[in-house]
Design a binder for this molecule. Structure first.
Ligand SMILES: [Zn+2]
Length: 277
C-alpha cells in the first residue's frame, strides 16, 4: 500500500514539477493578422511593438480596431517591405492612429496613392523615415533585427526587392521575407550563409507563390513553422502546391491565414509555440 502511495506521489510530483518547468512565459508575441490577400505582422515585446507591413486598404479599419483591442498605442518601428497595395494599403490609417518612431522603406517608388498617404502620415507623426540595406542591425530590448535584403542591387523596388528581416529573440529566430523572389533568396544565402538563415519561424515569401521559397533557401532555414498570409480563394492561386510540397519536405508545420484567420505565436527566448486559440 505504501509503495502504491509513493508511486502516486512521485507521479504527481513529476507531473506538477514538469508542468512548472515547461510553463511557457511569453515575452514576445508574433501576430499574423488576417488581412485577406496581403501581409501584416505585429511583434509585441515588453519594450515596444514592431509592425511589418499593413495589409490592404480594405483591411485597414479592422486592422486598426485589432491593434487598439490589443492595447497598441504607438509603434517603435513600422517596416514596409515594399510599396505594393497589399503591404502598404493600410499604412496611412495605421500610422495616423499608431505613430511609429521609425519607418523603414525598401527604396522603391512611393509615387502611388498608398505610398503618398503613407509618407504624409509618417511626416505628421514625426517618424524617422529611412531606406534600409542588407547588413543593418537594430534592436529593441533583447529583440534583434538584421536586414537581410535589399542589398546594393536594388531593381525596381517591387516584390523582388522586399525588405527581408531576421528577427532574433534569445534562441528563437524568425525570418520575414516580404515578397522577395528566388534570385534574392540566392543572394541572401550567399551573403549570410546557412547559419544566419536557420530559423524557427518563416513568414513565407510572396504569399506562397512559386516564385519564392526556393528549395535551397528552405533547406538553409529549416523552419519549424511556416506562416502563409493570403486571402481565401484568392485569384493568384496562393499558396501553390509546389511551395506547400517544398515546405513539407523541410518539415515545416504550415499555418495559413486563409484557413485559420489570425495566427499567433509566442516565445520566451528559448522555445517558440503556436497558440491555437
Ligand atoms: Zn504581396
Amino acid at each position: 500500500m505504501r509503495r502504491w502511495l509513493a508511486l502516486v506521489l512521485a507521479a504527481l510530483f513529476c507531473l506538477f514539477g514538469c508542468s512548472c518547468r515547461t510553463e511557457p512565459k511569453a515575452e514576445v508575441l508574433f501576430y499574423f493578422f488576417d488581412v485577406g490577400q496581403g501581409d501584416c505582422t505585429l511583434i509585441r515585446t515588453k519594450d515596444g511593438d514592431v509592425l511589418i507591413d499593413a495589409g490592404t486598404e480594405d483591411a485597414e479599419q479592422l486592422l486598426c480596431l485589432r491593434l487598439e483591442q490589443l492595447g497598441v498605442t504607438e509603434l517603435a518601428l513600422a517596416v514596409f517591405t515594399h510599396p505594393d497595395e497589399d503591404h502598404i494599403g493600410g499604412a496611412d490609417g495605421v500610422l495616423s492612429q499608431f505613430p511609429a518612431r521609425e519607418v523603414w522603406l525598401n527604396g522603391g517608388s512611393m509615387e502611388n496613392v498608398a505610398g503618398t498617404l503613407l509618407l504624409q502620415a509618417a511626416e505628421r507623426s514625426n517618424s524617422d523615415v529611412a531606406v534600409v540595406k542588407a547588413g543593418m542591425l537594430w534592436s529593441l530590448g533583447e529583440l534583434q533585427l538584421t536586414v537581410l535584403y535589399p542589398d546594393s542591387s536594388l531593381g525596381d523596388g517591387g516584390n523582388e526587392d522586399s525588405i527581408v528581416l531576421r528577427v532574433a529573440f534569445g534562441e528563437t529566430v524568425a525570418i520575414f521575407s516580404g515578397d522577395a523572389g528566388a534570385e534574392q533568396e540566392q543572394r541572401m544565402l550567399k551573403r549570410f550563409g546557412e547559419a544566419h538563415l536557420d530559423c524557427d519561424l518563416y513568414k513565407v515569401g510572396h504569399h506562397g507563390s512559386n516564385t519564392s521559397s526556393s528549395k535551397a533557401f528552405l533547406e538553409a532555414m529549416t523552419p519549424e513553422y511556416a506562416v502563409i498570409s493570403c486571402g481565401a480563394g484568392n485569384s493568384f492561386g496562393h499558396p501553390t502546391g509546389e511551395v506547400l510540397s517544398r515546405l513539407e519536405a523541410v518539415g515545416a508545420d504550415v499555418k495559413r491565414t486563409d484557413l485559420l484567420g489570425e495566427i499567433l505565436f509566442a516565445c520566451d527566448g528559448d522555445q517558440l509555440w503556436f497558440l491555437d486559440e
